[in-house]
Design a protein around this ligand. Structure first.
Ligand SMILES: Nc1ncnc2c1ncn2[C@@H]1O[C@H](COP(=O)(O)OP(=O)(O)OP(=O)(O)O)[C@@H](O)[C@H]1O
Length: 361
């Protein structure tokens, strides 16, 4: 079987990159399996090693050690142009002197496809991207969004095994970015191709991906579906990077009781070993008058510092007795009447809290 024609299944094992002369590796022994046809996003802050990882998959950067396999084949000796990967980057990198048609036809001509076949494939893919009728324009006669559509069309026209995307929408304004996100998602559904997408934008990652791999300081801190990572982030870093979290660092006194300051809270399910920090998402927190918390809920006193109307939701910012800040969000019509300066009880159901590992040094 011609393995390179299949949609790509990628296996990354003990992959490491250390750039000379730095001591700290940019990518530190990561393991990651990318399923065939999956949309995976490498998400993390600037400098966490996402682009280095993508560039090692692409073949632009030589790993210091470790292996990358595509459909079981070790890519160590396979040069970039033989990996059969489509690529899209933030800066469109279209050929400025070529027309839209020639830009998109370029990878097919390189592969010496017959002229008629090239014409058909380019026509089909331009239609898919809503670029019909623009064949003879040059890139500088297109908007930013259209240029990025051409770049996407060029990256998938030759049916690659995998599409690699490095912050492809980073240069676009918010509205356009959202429109293109929807197109990228549709494209993935239509093509059934493996997508590996790099971003530092958590909302973009959550919206697009089947699976998110969260990078922190050169390591993959956690891998899961957006829902899994949000509800059970596993580490304090992931809890804070994917959404907001109220953080309480106390201790488990017995399997059903968590002690924080002088508060004793109920534990719904026993935490995993090492998961010592309790986190609660703001939308799980409700704010009550003192002494009126529902039976069985966990609660802490708090002082309201701000209340803001965010359209669909209302956000209440608070300070807790340990001096930490936190928040609660609730539907605007939940009739919250609290005012800054007021003392309240912030409360949640035990099932709504999660336990995570503290931040690693
Ligand atoms: N060519 C290079 N030479 C030396 N150091 C590099 C090189 N490329 C990246 N680095 C360093 O490796 C680390 C990881 O960078 P990388 O670009 O992979 O991170 P990233 O998560 O993609 O961040 P960003 O979103 O800012 O690109 C950083 O500390 C960076 O400074």
């Amino acid at each position: 079987m011609d393995t390179e024609r299949r949609t790509g299944h990628i296996e990354i094992r003990k992959l490491r990159k250390r750039y000379e002369p730095h001591d700290e590796p940019a990518v530190d022994d990561i393991d990651l399996t990318i399923e065939s046809g999956e949309f995976i996003t490498l998400l993390g802050p600037s400098g966490s090693g996402k682009t280095t990882t993508l560039n090692m998959i692409a073949g632009f950067v030589q790993p210091t050690s470790g292996t990358i396999r595509l459909n079981s084949r070790d890519l160590a000796e396979v040069p970039t142009h033989k990996r059969n990967f489509g690529m899209v980057f933030q800066n469109y990198a279209l050929f400025p002197h070529m027309t839209v048609f020639d830009n998109v036809a370029y990878p097919l001509r390189q592969r010496r496809l017959p002229r008629e076949k090239t014409r058909t494939l380019v026509g089909d893919i331009l239609a898919l991207f809503g670029l019909g009728g623009m064949e003879s324009r040059k890139p500088d006669q297109l908007s930013g969004g259209q240029q990025q559509r051409v770049a996407l069309a060029r990256a998938v026209v030759f049916s690659p095994a995998v599409l690699l995307l490095d912050e492809p929408l980073g240069a676009l304004d918010r509205k356009l970015r959202q429109a293109l996100q929807a197109e990228v998602k549709r494209l993935h559904r239509d093509l059934g191709l493996t997508f590996v997408f790099v971003t530092h934008d958590q909302d973009e990652a959550m919206f697009l991906s089947d699976t998110v791999a969260v990078f922190n300081k050169g390591r993959v801190e956690r891998v899961g579906t957006p829902g899994e990572l949000y509800d059970d982030p596993g580490t304090l870093f992931v809890a804070g990077f994917l959404g907001e979290a109220n953080v309480f660092a106390g201790s488990l006194v017995d399997p059903t009781t968590y002690l924080w300051m002088d508060r004793k809270w109920r534990v719904a399910g026993p935490p995993r070993a090492g998961d010592t920090v309790l986190v609660v998402r703001p939308e799980k927190v409700r704010v009550f008058d003192l002494e009126s918390v529902p039976e069985g809920w966990n609660s802490t006193p708090a002082v309201v510092t701000d209340r803001s109307h965010l359209g669909a939701v209302c956000k209440v910012d608070m300070t807790f007795p340990d001096g930490a800040t936190g928040s609660a969000t609730m539907p605007t019509d939940a009739a919250v009447t609290v005012r800054p300066g007021e003392s309240v009880l912030a409360a949640w159901e035990p099932g709504a809290q999660a336990f995570v590992q503290p931040e690693r040094a």
